[in-house]
Structures are given as C-alpha cells and as structure tokens.
Design a protein around this ligand. Sequence first.
Ligand SMILES: [Zn+2]
Length: 258
Amino acid sequence: MTGQEMEDKIKNLLGSKITAGEMDFLHGFYRIPGIYRYSIRNTIMIMIQGGSIAMGFDRWQKAGRHVKRGERANIEILVPKMINTTDKETGDKDQLCAGFFGRKVFDISQTEGKPLEYQNNSAEVINVSYADISVKLQSALGINITSAITGSARGYFKRGITAGAREIVISSMSNNSDKCKTLFHELGHALLHESAEDVESHPAREVEAELTSLLVCSVLGVEFQESALYIKAYNEHKPEVRVLKVISAVQKILKAII
Ligand SMILES: [Zn+2]
C-alpha cells in the first residue's frame, strides 16, 4: 500500500460517508480476536450505522448471547460471495470472490447473555514480544520506555524538557498484547505530539495516537476492536486529523520493529 492510498483510505475511515466500494481494498484488514473476523470495511460500516459489534442471530448464540425479543436486525454488512474455481492447467481448486451481498445483523446492544471476554481483557493475540520491540523502539527512536504500575491507565507519555528526556511508561500489569498496543499508541503521541502546540485538541491527539496503534497492529496482522471504538468515540468531536503525519509515524515504528 502506498502512502497516498493509505492516506485516502484513512480519510475515508474518518469521514462520515464511506461507500463499500471505496473500502474494498481494506478487506481482511480488520479482525476481532476470538469473536469474529470482520473486514475493516464491515467494521466501519457497523460503526457508521451506530453499532459496535454486530453479528447474525446464530453467531450471537454461539457466543453465549441471544437477540432480545422484538429486536430487528438493522445493521447491514457486506458478505463476500465466494465461487469455486479450478485451474484448467494444474487442476488446483481455489475460491474467488465474485462480489458482495448485503446481510442484516444485530448489534451487541440488541442482545443479552454472557459478557464477551474482550470487554474485560484484550485477547493475547500479538505475535511479537513486547520485551523485544520495546528495546528496539527505544534505541531507534530515542525515547525511554519503561514499565511500572500505572493505575487505571495502560500507559502514558511524558514529554521531556529536552528530547532525550521523553519517556513512555507502560503498565506492568498488562498482558503482552495490551503492552504492545499501548506502546504503539503512546509512540503515536511521542512522535506526533512532541510539543504542546503540535495539535491543540485533545480528541485530535487521541484519534491520531490510536490510529497509529491501529495501523501498526494491522500490519502485524492484529486488530483490536477497542481501537475502533476509541477512535469512533473521539471522532464524534470531528477533530482535524493529520493523516500524512500519522502514516509517517506508523512507518517509523514499523521500520524499527520489522
Ligand atoms: Zn492517548
């Protein structure tokens, strides 16, 4: 994906009008650990229709929840129509996406039953080691990264008086995945919000930092539903998000760890 493509797509992601066609390229980008694998397009479609986690009747039952009496499925997602193909020369069988059709699903708010596990803890899904990447990022980016008990926060960034005094503190109570995800978020702040004047609005800072984390995690093959919810919540304030700067922060982080 080029920087320009990524920029366009993120603009779409943050905009209120997103057509399914525009989001096609992101198919398969977004995953919810342990629950369901959505394309990022469907995740965004669910969000802009006012939902958070949405699934069909049967899937909710499998997850230990049931749709409340009288609720109607009113969130539409797009489901790929797969067709079987056979390679004429080699005889290899494969599946091809021949297009998409709409399907109505229920939002979690229309269901009741067993709490979903992610509501308490992120699943342990990141396949990189926090211990490894924090060392690499510390030396590549010149930011002190330490671990401590941070109370209810999963981490924070302390702006130093001098560049060398910048520090990120990550909660020692978090699991590996949450540590990585939080580190990417705080690095977003460190790389994008070094001086207080960089971005004035708090929602813009939070959307930029969480987008950084979401994109880095996406490239690592991991998605956290909470990232999308976090961005959605702050995005309601319609902040000015500097997409190109976010992309360059993402690239710096990836360069240091991949
Ligand atoms: Zn933040």
